[in-house]
Design a binder for this molecule. Structure first.
Ligand code: FAD
Length: 356
């Protein structure tokens, strides 16, 4: 008997994999519906399309990203990325889980657990054998088991009725977006997702960015949420208690970009494999997910020490033809290979190592 707390995409995908492997799985979600509230921009790389069919949830295809330095100078990089409808994506993932026999229990807010039971705020209990926390950045399961992530970025985003190139998204760096960045991601040529994530005071930076980039265009809705910063030292399983964390609950997010869907799904695959085949989740997830997240964290730490002048230089270098041609084929999921090759192409990138 497996109890998964959290009916987000990672919990549902974990449930799907375990049920397919023959486990008896219950998925518990605190809300009365799946997929809401949305707290995501919905950009994913081609790697997610290798794991899941995205056709039904595809909102837009992105061919390029315009990266802005604080002065407004911009470098264009070719990409192949997708914008998805997060609500539909979450629903589809839960449907996949249900099709494999997972029982979905809505309005079940996790309260705590002991050796025998998992308890919920509605007074109900479930038998406790294997407990999985896929309950997002502030994981209650993690807290109850003494496994907590303490560092977060906070992101705010608005859906805006504004004209834009439909196949290009924008990323803004510099002191107006401290320790992260701002973005404009088109759903179409008429609607964009405009947001900022920062280490602190996000609302202030978000309001300023909205004023600057959106002006008087109509804001359709707003949303915000925490982005956990991957922590190498965080415990993500307690074998004695038979409790495991995955997805945002385990901090499985790329610290360089805030993308958590691909690493979360990888984490789900590793966890399902470990549970099914008696492997050690701590070491397997470090090998298969953690190592790559470590590089993203390193990159984030380097970027966090960039001055506006560093960003100007970076955008200038990326704008050079030989670099641009190379960067155009780059892969955000695996940054180490990419960065090493980049340093060979343009040794001036090594200048940024001073930020280490
Ligand atoms: C502003 C913003 C923009 C982002 N943009 C992107 C992006 O473009 N691309 C990308 O890949 N990632 C993005 N992310 C990150 C991405 O949204 C997460 O990594 C992803 O949602 C993780 O999925 P999850 O299933 O682990 O957690 P969640 O999606 O957080 O799901 C957790 C689920 O657990 C439920 N839950 C929580 N507590 C309890 C409880 N006590 N009892 C029962 N249920 C509970 C919640 O209701 C929720 O349904 C963004 C995040 C933010 C905040």
């Amino acid at each position: 008997m497996v109890s998964i707390i959290g009916g987000g995409p990672v919990g549902a995908y974990t449930g799907y994999l375990l049920a397919r492997a023959g486990f008896n799985v219950d998925l518990f979600e605190e809300h009365h519906t799946i997929g809401k509230p949305v707290q995501c921009t919905g950009i994913v790389t081609k790697h997610l399309s290798k794991i899941m069919k995205l056709d039904d949830v595809l909102v837009n295809k992105l061919e390029k990203v315009n990266v802005f330095a604080p002065s407004g100078k911009c470098a264009e990089i070719k990409v192949k990325e997708f914008v998805i409808d997060r609500e539909e994506f979450d629903k589809n993932t839960v449907e996949m889980a249900v099709s494999e026999g997972v029982r979905v229990n809505l309005r079940h807010k996790f309260k705590g657990f002991n050796d025998k039971s998992v308890m919920f705020h509605n007074g109900k209990k479930a038998e406790k054998e294997l407990l999985i926390g896929a309950d997002g950045p502030l994981s209650g399961v993690g807290k109850s088991a003494g496994m907590v992530n303490k560092k977060f970025y906070f992101g705010m985003q608005a859906r805006v009725n504004m004209k834009n190139e439909s196949d290009a998204y924008e990323v803004y760096f510099g002191r107006d977006y401290p320790k992260f960045f701002g973005w404009v991601v088109p759903e179409s040529d008429k609607i964009c997702r405009v947001g900022v994530a920062c280490g602190a005071n996000t609302k202030q930076y978000f309001d300023r960015f909205i004023k600057k980039r959106v002006g008087k265009s109509k804001i359709l809705s707003k949303q915000g949420g925490l982005i956990p910063v991957y922590d190498l030292k965080m415990k993500i399983c307690d074998k004695g208690k038979n409790v495991y964390l995955v997805g945002d609950a385990a901090g499985m997010v790329k610290a360089s970009t805030g993308g958590g869907l691909v690493p979360g799904f990888r984490g789900a695959e590793v966890l399902a494999d470990c549970v099914s085949n008696g492997k050690d989740y701590g070491s397997e997830s470090m090998k298969k997910v953690g190592r790559n997240l470590k590089i993203h964290l390193w990159l984030r730490n380097v970027l966090n020490r960039f001055s506006d002048k560093d960003y100007e230089l970076l955008i200038r270098l990326v704008g050079k033809k030989k670099v641009r041609d190379f960067v155009n084929d780059g892969d955000r999921e695996f940054p180490l290979k990419f960065l090493l090759k980049l340093a060979f192409k343009e040794p001036r990138f090594l200048y940024f190592m001073k930020n280490l």
